[in-house]
Design a protein around this ligand. Structure first.
Ligand code: AMP
Length: 213
């Protein structure tokens, strides 16, 4: 099963993807995570991406399309995969369709996680992630027991560089202008499965599993 997780920044795509991995045994392919890993390693691609990520704009299509094309051909994707944060605009979606055509693959479901924009700024600016295990917290909505310490592994919690208010505003604008039109794009292919992304994380997970059938 090949799935796209679609939704604004802060909709909970990454959180739900981590649970879906266990449920369906398919990998999460997050272009954001891949770019952050490249940046941490200091590769030329990571350094090139940094300026766009810091501004909250999209890195060039050619960069992310190349990353995805290579990744979906790895052996762990043979039974399917979950794309998180890709495609991010119509041109990436068209490239993905062309790529999947060549590989004789298809997207089965596009899960659209819907959260009103009024909620997103607070969700994003309060996010904290564990450096060691990647677990996610929120200083207000899901606080760790000890300040800045991961409940699961005692790792250090940090705030993503692009979760500051200025960059978040730009990311939300990019979503509205460039990514949201993908709902129409995939609606025409009859692949959109809408899920209400407000409420308890377990309930939202249940809704996703239900729409995936
Ligand atoms: P994310 O972790 O998905 O919120 O992505 C963080 C940042 O990485 C975005 O604001 C973009 O700068 C960049 N990025 C991630 N995925 C893509 C993509 N598919 N196309 C272009 N830029 C991306």
């Amino acid at each position: 099963m090949n799935i796209i997780l679609l939704g604004p920044p802060g909709a909970g795509k990454g959180t739900q993807a981590k649970r879906l991995i266990d449920r369906y045994g398919i990998p999460q392919i997050s272009t954001g995570d891949m770019l952050r890993a490249a940046l941490k390693e200091g590769t030329p691609l990571g350094l090139e991406a940094k300026k766009f990520m810091d501004q909250g704009t999209l890195v060039p299509d050619s960069v992310v399309i190349g990353l995805v094309k290579e990744r979906i051909q790895k052996p762990d994707c043979a039974k399917g995969y979950m794309l998180d944060g890709f495609p991010r605009n119509v041109s990436q979606a068209e490239s993905l369709d062309a790529m999947l055509g060549e590989l004789k693959q298809r997207i089965d479901h596009v899960v659209s996680i819907e959260v009103p924009s009024s909620e997103l700024l607070a969700r994003l600016t309060g996010r904290r992630t564990c450096r060691a295990c990647g677990a996610g917290f929120h200083i207000k909505f899901d606080p760790p027991k000890k300040d800045a310490v991961c409940d699961k592994c005692e790792g250090e919690l940090y705030q993503r560089d692009d979760d500051n208010e200025a960059t978040v505003s730009s990311r939300l604008q990019v979503y509205e202008g460039q990514t949201k039109p993908l709902i129409d794009y995939y609606e025409k292919q009859d692949k959109i499965r809408r899920v209400d992304g407000v409420g308890d994380m377990n309930e939202i997970f249940g809704l996703i599993v239900k729409v995936l059938g």
